[in-house]
Ligand binder design. Structure first.
Ligand code: SF4
Length: 323
């Protein structure tokens, strides 16, 4: 850590105590960049039988899809709506990243993907793509195309990994192994494409210690950006039924517990990994139970940053590079 004009500057070049996603983009583009979500009407191989049926037990895409995302609208229309939506909230955004978010956004023939991605990139102000998908839903041909795109714009592939433990992946019916995730990340990173990952804390069958200990595994993965969130039981999912039948199998975090847990996790996390999200927030109408009540995501982020300051700690303070 350095001190500049009496302000502590952390290894990622700013005073926030974690390697924050918003600052990462400010460093690349010199301004705020806003993600605009798209539901391009992709399916999911874990629902249609190619990998499995019924999908992951926690999954209900409607709970996370912004209202302006309608697969019946074209990619351009959705981007236009998304830009309007975000302009109302944030006046400052000048550049946009098209975020192919819903379902598995590489699950189509390459020609179809090209058409959709290129349409997004033609939209004025769009400077890159973020493509959310499954680790077993990518191949060399698609990766080669994405590699070509990196010479024109920012391209990130964000893989849903959810847990480092195969026993958990089986239990939540993910339909792929942790090794599949590692392999996809390695191939993607080797081609110079930005890698993202998503994990959930609180999945059934994992102890808090196991959840925390994943930090050493995650820290060693070729991940550039990461999102974490606490498990929320969403209505209409297989997990809702499981939860009702066996509530004792679940150790859902209260927000106070999550605060302690996440600070411990961050202290051990590789400081080179950019953290996009600490928590998730499904609209209350989708939640089974009360969730965290009125506690909003931005409040939790503020509380975590405050706690980091009180403890004079930061992302990676206890990280040990084991390579
Ligand atoms: S979480 Fe993703 S992979 Fe799992 S069922 Fe939902 S869309 Fe498919």
């Amino acid at each position: 850590m350095k001190v500049k004009n009496n302000i502590e500057i952390f290894p990622w070049g700013h005073e926030r105590r974690f390697n924050a996603y918003s600052n990462y983009f400010r460093n690349i583009y010199g301004a705020r960049v806003q993600k605009v979500s798209i539901d391009a009407g992709f399916g999911c191989p874990n629902r249609d039988g190619l990998k499995g049926f019924g999908g992951c037990t926690y999954c209900n895409n409607d709970a996370f899809n912004p209202s302006y995302c309608q697969p019946s609208r074209s990619v351009s229309e959705q981007i236009g709506e998304g830009i309007k939506f975000h302009k109302w909230r944030y006046d400052e955004a000048v550049s946009y990243l098209a975020y192919f978010q819903a379902y598995s956004n590489t699950y189509a023939p390459l020609e179809t993907l090209k058409k959709l991605y290129e349409e997004a990139l033609r939209y004025r102000g769009v400077v890159g793509l973020i493509i959310g998908t499954r680790p077993d839903c990518i191949d060399d041909e698609k990766l080669e195309y994405l590699k070509e795109l990196t010479s024109r714009c920012y391209v990130a592939v964000e893989y849903g990994i959810e847990s480092c433990y195969d026993k958990t992946l089986v239990r939540i019916n993910r339909g792929h192994s942790f090794e599949d995730a590692v392999s996809a990340l390695e191939k993607t990173e080797a081609l110079g494409i930005t890698t993202g990952a998503h994990f959930i804390f609180g999945l059934p069958g994992e102890t808090r210690e196991e959840m925390l200990n994943q930090v050493d595994i995650i820290s060693g993965l070729p991940i550039r950006t990461v999102k974490f969130h606490q498990l929320q039981i969403i209505k209409g999912t297989g997990m809702e039924i499981e939860f009702k039948n066996n509530p004792g199998d679940f150790e859902l975090f209260t927000w106070e517990e999550y605060l302690d847990f996440f600070v411990s996790f961050l202290e051990r996390l590789n400081p080179a990994i950019v953290v996009e999200r600490f928590t998730g927030e499904a609209p209350p109408r989708f939640l089974t139970g009360e969730g965290w009540g009125k506690k909003r995501t931005d409040q939790i982020v503020n509380l975590i940053e405050k706690r980091l300051e009180e403890l004079n700690t930061w992302q990676g303070k206890l990280y040990e590079d084991k390579k």
